[in-house]
Write a protein that binds this ligand. Structure first.
Ligand code: NAX
Ligand code: ADP
Length: 308
C-alpha cells in the first residue's frame, strides 16, 4: 500500500503525498480549482438554459433514492428535472419532490416507446441506477438506455451492478460511472482489498480501457477521465457514510452535466460541493446525526461559499 492509497482511503491527512503540478496526471480538487466553474446566471436566461435532467431511479422500498436524486439536482440549479419511476413509488416521489416532473410506468409491462419519448427524448442528460435494486427487468432497461441514448449517461448503484463490461464496448455517448469500492470491485470481478491497493492506477486504467469517466467514491473520492487524469477530492467527512449520500451525489453530477459545464469540470465540481455540503452539515448537526437529506439542505450554502 503506497502513500497515495493512505491519503485516498482517509488514513492520513498529508495531502502532499500527491504530486500536484502541471506535469502530473494526478491532482487534488480544492476550492481554487473549481471556484470559477459555476457562472453567474444571465439576466435573460430561462429554465431551458439550465438543462433538462432525467432520472430513472428508485424502486419499491427505495423511493427515497429517486427523491434524493431529484431534489439534489433541483438544488444544484437544473432548469427542469424529471423522474421516470415505477407506479409502485410514483405517489411518494411525486409528493416529495414538488418541483420535479414525474412520469410513472408499469414495471410488469414497460413500453420502450414511452421510455424513449418520456425519458430519452426529454433529457439533456440521463442518470439511472440509484435505488433500482428492486425493479423488474432493470437490466433490459439499462441496456436499452445505453443502446438508444446519445446524451451523457450517469450510471450509479444497481446500474453498475447490472452493467456487463461488454455493454461498454463502442458506446457512442459519454458515460459516467459512480461506484463505491464494493461496486468497483464487482465490476473488476475482484474483492475490495484488491481495489484498495494502487487505487489511482486501477481507477485510471479502467477509465481509459472502457472510455468512461469514473467517480470512485470513498473517504476521498477520485474523479478519473479516459485521458488518464485523476483528481482527488479534498472535502467530505465520515458523517457522509450514511444511506443515500451517493444518491445525492448522482443528482448533483447529472445537474451540472445538464448545465453544460465541461464534463470533467462538472464531475470535480460536483464531488467537491457534495463534500463541502456534508462538511457544513457536519458543523451544524454533527457527524453522528448527518443524514443524506442534510447534504441537500446545506448544498445552497456550499454553492454560495464556493462562488463567492
Ligand atoms: N432511501 C433509499 O431509497 C436508499 C436506497 N439505496 C439503494 O440501495 C441499494 C443497495 O444499497 P446497499 O447499501 O444494500 O448495497 P451497496 O452495494 O451500496 O453496498 C454493499 C456493501 O458495500 C460496502 N461499501 C460501500 N462503500 C464502501 C467502501 N468505500 N469501501 C468498502 N466497502 C464499501 C457497504 O458497506 C455494503 O456492505 C442501492 O441501489 C442504493 O442506491 C441506498 O442508497 C440507501 C438509501
Ligand atoms: N468516510 C467518508 N468520508 C467522506 N465521504 C464519505 C465517507 N464515507 C462515505 N462518503 C461519501 O458518501 C457517499 C456514499 O455513497 P454510496 O456508498 O453510494 O451510498 P448510498 O448507496 O447509500 O447512496 C460517497 O459520495 C462517499 O464519497
Amino acid at each position: 500500500m503506497n502513500n497515495f492509497d493512505d491519503y485516498i482511503l482517509g488514513k492520513t491527512d498529508t495531502s502532499n503525498v500527491l504530486i500536484k503540478g502541471e506535469n502530473s496526471k494526478i491532482n487534488l480538487t480544492e476550492h481554487a480549482d473549481i471556484k470559477d466553474f459555476i457562472k453567474k446566471r444571465a439576466r435573460d436566461s430561462h429554465k431551458g438554459t439550465y438543462g433538462r435532467v432525467g432520472f430513472l431511479s428508485g424502486s419499491k422500498g427505495m423511493a427515497g433514492a429517486c427523491v434524493l436524486n431529484l431534489n439534489a439536482a433541483l438544488r444544484s440549479g437544473s432548469g427542469l428535472v424529471k423522474g421516470f419511476v415505477t407506479n409502485s413509488i410514483y405517489t411518494i416521489v411525486d409528493s416529495m419532490s414538488l418541483e420535479a416532473l414525474t412520469y410513472s410506468f408499469d414495471e410488469q409491462n414497460l413500453s420502450f416507446s414511452d421510455l424513449n419519448r418520456e425519458l430519452i427524448q426529454f433529457s439533456d442528460v440521463i442518470a439511472t441506477g440509484s435505488g433500482c435494486a428492486n425493479m423488474r427487468n432493470y437490466k433490459n432497461i439499462l441496456e436499452f438506455i445505453i443502446k438508444s441514448a446519445s446524451q451523457t449517461l450517469v450510471i450509479d448503484a444497481e446500474g453498475i451492478n447490472q452493467l456487463k463490461l461488454e455493454m461498454l464496448k463502442n458506446h457512442k455517448q459519454n458515460i459516467v460511472l459512480t461506484p463505491h469500492y464494493g461496486e468497483f470491485a464487482n465490476l473488476l470481478k475482484k474483492d475490495v482489498s484488491y481495489v484498495r491497493k494502487d487505487i489511482i492506477d486501477k481507477a485510471t486504467e479502467f477509465s481509459n480501457k472502457y472510455n468512461v469517466y469514473l467517480i470512485l467514491k470513498g473517504a476521498r473520492t477520485i474523479v478519473c477521465c479516459p485521458e488518464g487524469y485523476a483528481y482527488v477530492n479534498t472535502t467530505g467527512n465520515p458523517g457522509m457514510a450514511t444511506a443515500g449520500s451517493g444518491d445525492v451525489l448522482t443528482g448533483i453530477v447529472a445537474s451540472f452535466i445538464g448545465q453544460k459545464i465541461y464534463i470533467i469540470d462538472a464531475l470535480r465540481l460536483s464531488v467537491y460541493l457534495h463534500g463541502l455540503a456534508g462538511d457544513i452539515g457536519n458543523s451544524n448537526v454533527g457527524e453522528y446525526s448527518l443524514v443524506a437529506g442534510d447534504i441537500i439542505k446545506y448544498l445552497p450554502e456550499a454553492i454560495q461559499n464556493t462562488i463567492r
